[in-house]
Write a new protein. Structure first.
Ligand SMILES: Nc1ncnc2c1ncn2[C@@H]1O[C@H](COP(=O)(O)OP(=O)(O)OP(=O)(O)O)[C@@H](O)[C@H]1O
Length: 594
């Protein structure tokens, strides 16, 4: 699957976003979550309070300097020291506790998402129906972005609003009115510094935002190009042998160069925008240092305000313009937060739909000893009919061979019996207590020790060492005996034939009552295949065995054949009629070995 991400931040359904954010705060962790949240709120408010204290300190300290009052100067140094000490502690713990809240929230959400995704085979249905892309990115990356983004944006907003309210008040009271002559009349602007701060921050931030705006889309594309490049590299790693055998290096290099070329081209765009943005924002922040002095100078030199007053105005001005700038600068974080929220809302809906998906095929457990298929008709996810309705039974101990042309639906029949294929109609009745095992052509081998790979999905301690050794020997894998505790990526390390033999070791350890073999011996030579089937019969004499196989020679191990045959001609295929029917044909009794 192509590792694709949306090319532009999509629009947001706010109700879906709320549904996404809400559950943690009402979960069984709610008291701890809310408690931590209010502590961080208190610390954020505490920081604004300390900023206000520093602002007043500015006035008193610079007045002491101006008046050459050494006692007050010393007193203010002490005041600064303890304020700074408290400020450092509050600032550190505000971030530390916010991060603690973030990881708790993310852990909770990750567990929920992983559980929902793995529940009721939703992960499989999503891949079958292609209803959501890149679940890995949603669970690993978007959940991090959404929890971090929500907290950072919320506390940023809180601090900015409270700081703005506090410092607008201070600035208003300390700046005083400005009076000037306009067409022969005296005009007075009360709290004029507030208006200057709003104008300065508003205009400056707007310019910075306009210049930096393309960065949102550029960063979004960069993420996608990086993911595509990484995915290309992983594909080569996973298919190293095929690429090497085809000598496909030149083609791969060209592909990778193309993907990396997009990263580089976009990066240059990011660099150009960042350069312009840095020019504007540095100019804006540097000029903000002297701007309040320029505007306050007439009143200072006119003797209306003291040096301390001027310094207090400058500090309050800085806070007001910083808070106002936050609103404009937060737009880009908000855009990527929204994009993540949207992707997650879509993923959540897809997982939910997959979990609740109405299944056309009713799979139930009954006390009957046999597997019964009742009027079972298979279809494809798009709704096209694959097979005509069919009824049949698999009796305990019976051995059935399923045959038919490639693509007729043999594996799909197994999927329907395994209750992972909802597309179709009819019913499947399974024996209540019978353990079933499905062996595909390529069995899944988890990365880890060989013992874990053999025992999967049971725990690695589930089987006796002596049994593992015996079955390794029987399946001609004695050379792996001393590798049981070696960790490796066994699906890359072992040959396809060895992997198929290892899957039979699993079969003999698990001892299922019903065994489905889907071309499970296709990579083996005829002699080994024969030996494995003999062993299945001797080790699991009571088991029902259902095989899909293309080779004629395995027929002798089965008593009955279920044959998929063409039901319609090529012309009717297009009309949506079921393409195949299933016939039950007894195999010659004398040929069926016991
Ligand atoms: N997720 C899917 N979406 C759409 N079509 C699918 C999907 N999975 C399988 N099919 C189609 O269903 C049909 C039956 O597939 P199935 O794997 O059951 O065939 P098969 O008889 O086992 O083939 P083979 O002998 O080649 O292994 C094929 O045409 C296949 O392309």
């Amino acid at each position: 699957m192509q590792n694709k991400t949306e090319s532009a931040p999509p629009t947001t359904d706010w109700r879906a976003v709320w549904q996404l954010l809400r559950p943690y705060w009402f979960s069984d962790e709610k008291w701890r979550a809310r408690g931590l949240f209010f502590v961080v709120v208190a610390l954020a408010l505490g920081m604004v309070y300390l900023d206000v204290q520093f602002n007043a300190w500015n006035r008193d300290f610079y007045n002491a300097l101006e008046n050459k009052n050494f006692d007050v100067f010393k007193e203010q140094l002490w005041r600064f020291s303890y304020l700074a000490f408290i400020y450092i502690a509050v600032a550190i713990y505000r971030i530390y506790l916010m991060q603690a809240l973030e990881i708790r929230w993310r852990t909770w959400m990750t567990n929920q998402y992983m559980q929902a995704w793995l529940d009721n085979q939703a992960y499989y249905r999503i891949e079958q129906g292609r209803t959501a892309d890149n679940p890995d990115q949603r669970i690993a990356e978007d959940l991090q972005l959404i929890t971090n983004g929500s907290l950072t944006l919320f506390f940023g907003l809180l601090s900015s609003v409270v700081s703005l309210a506090s410092f607008v008040g201070i600035l208003w009271s300390v700046s005083g009115p400005l009076t000037f002559m306009l067409s022969g009349r005296a005009v007075t602007i009360p709290g004029y510094m507030v208006w200057f701060a709003i104008a300065y921050a508003g205009l400056g931030s707007l310019i910075v935002w306009r210049i930096g705006r393309p960065l949102v889309a550029q960063n979004f594309s960069q993420q996608r190009f990086e993911a595509d490049f990484r995915f290309g590299l992983i594909r080569i790693r996973e298919n190293a042998e095929s690429v090497a055998l085809y000598r496909g290096e030149a083609q791969e290099r060209e592909q990778l160069a193309g993907r990396f070329g997009r990263i580089r081209a976009n990066w240059w765009n990011i660099m150009r925008t960042t350069k312009r943005l840095n020019l504007a924002s540095t100019f804006y922040s540097q000029f903000a240092v002297i701007f309040p002095f320029l505007v306050g100078a007439p009143r200072y030199f006119g003797g209306t305000i003291t040096l301390g007053g001027l310094m207090q105005i400058s500090s309050a001005f800085g806070h007001v313009q910083e808070s106002l700038s936050w609103f404009i600068n937060a737009f880009s974080s908000l855009a990527s937060w929204k994009a993540s929220a949207n992707r997650l809302a879509g993923f959540h809906a897809a997982v939910d739909a997959a979990r609740r998906q109405e299944t056309g095929i009713a799979v139930t457990r009954s006390s009957a000893g046999e597997i019964r298929l009742k009027q079972l008709a298979l279809s494809l996810p798009g709704g096209q009919a694959l097979t005509q309705a069919f009824s049949g039974a698999m009796a305990p101990g019976q051995r059935i061979l399923v045959t038919g042309p490639s693509g007729c639906g043999k594996s799909t029949l197994f999927r329907a019996i395994a209750d992972i294929w909802p597309y179709g109609t009819g019913a499947v009745e399974l024996p209540r207590s019978a353990a079933m095992l499905f062996l595909p052509q390529r069995s899944y081998l988890p990365i880890g020790t060989l013992r874990e790979a053999i025992a999967y999905p049971a725990a690695e301690t589930a089987y006796q060492e002596a049994d593992i050794h015996r079955f390794l020997d029987l399946c001609r894998l004695a050379h792996l005996r001393d590798k049981l505790d070696h960790a490796d990526n066994w699906s890359q390390r072992l040959s396809p034939g060895e992997q198929q033999r290892l899957a039979f070791v699993r079969v003999f350890l698990m001892r299922p009552q019903v065994l489905f073999l889907d071309e499970a011996t296709s990579a083996l030579d005829a002699h080994t295949e024969d030996g494995l089937y003999q062993m299945v019969l001797s080790e699991l004499p009571q088991a029902t065995v259902v095989s899909i196989a293309h080779r004629e020679m395995v027929a002798k191990f089965h008593q009955t054949s279920w044959r998929f045959v063409h039901a319609v001609g090529a012309a009717q295929e297009k009309s949506g009629e079921p393409r195949f029917a299933i016939d039950i044909v007894p195999l010659l009794a004398e040929g069926a070995a016991r």
